[in-house]
Design a protein around this ligand. Structure first.
Ligand code: GRF
Length: 197
């Protein structure tokens, strides 16, 4: 049976596209939801033939209002969404929306967590001078880029790199691992409290 996936994105949406076009096993991206009426992801959704919707996130800048989290949760549950994938959503989720999807909400982050959580992880890693960078898919637990790790991949940092060339290499790897992580979850190889290897 097909599993309905919602992708929540605020920006360009390249990870959203990777989830639509990648192998997610029994998962199917049913809808793109955004908190940003100008998100590039909306244009991509139209090109990919995926339904998309802007929903008001509330008056705060980096989190949802509690009532808005309730409304987002109601919307997703009403559509029969079973898995929520955050892909560049620029807000913390920690209220009713997380409660509705705990263990069924994942996020992708452009660093080898727990190193470099938060904004511009690629820039943080580059400035720190790491020799190996990477990306992580993890379950969402209410913190900033915390929660049980599902999948990680590393990428090398070259002498010739700048922040942007490193970020581009990480992004390509992100596109590979997100659908793999979703597939692992849907096949029961990853669960919220216990990762089966
Ligand atoms: C990605 O680097 C992702 O890891 C981070 O935000 C960025 C979103 O990029 N959470 P895109 O919108 O998927 O292209």
């Amino acid at each position: 049976m097909e599993t309905r996936i919602a992708v929540l994105a605020s920006g360009a949406g390249s990870n959203f596209k990777a989830l639509v076009t990648g192998d997610t096993g029994s998962g199917k991206v049913d809808i793109l939801l955004t908190d940003n009426e100008n998100a590039g992801a909306l244009k991509l959704a139209a090109e990919l033939g995926v339904e998309s919707k802007y929903l008001y996130p509330g008056k705060y800048r980096t989190r949802f209002g509690v009532r808005e989290e309730e409304l987002w949760a109601e919307y997703l549950l009403g559509r029969g969404v079973q898995l929520v994938c955050l892909a560049g959503l620029m807000r913390i989720i920690k209220g009713p929306l997380l409660d509705a999807f705990k263990g069924r909400m994942m996020n992708i982050h452009p660093s080898l967590l727990p190193a470099f959580p938060g904004l511009d992880a690629q820039g943080q890693a580059f400035e720190y001078g790491v020799k190996i960078a990477g990306c992580t898919v993890h379950y969402v637990d209410g913190g900033t880029d915390t929660g049980p790790i599902i999948l990680q991949e590393s990428v090398p940092v070259f002498e010739s790199d700048q922040r942007d060339s490193l970020a581009a290499r990480i992004l390509m790897k992100e596109h590979e691992i997100y659908s793999k992580a979703v597939k692992a979850h849907l096949e029961g190889r990853a669960v919220y409290s216990r990762i089966v290897r």
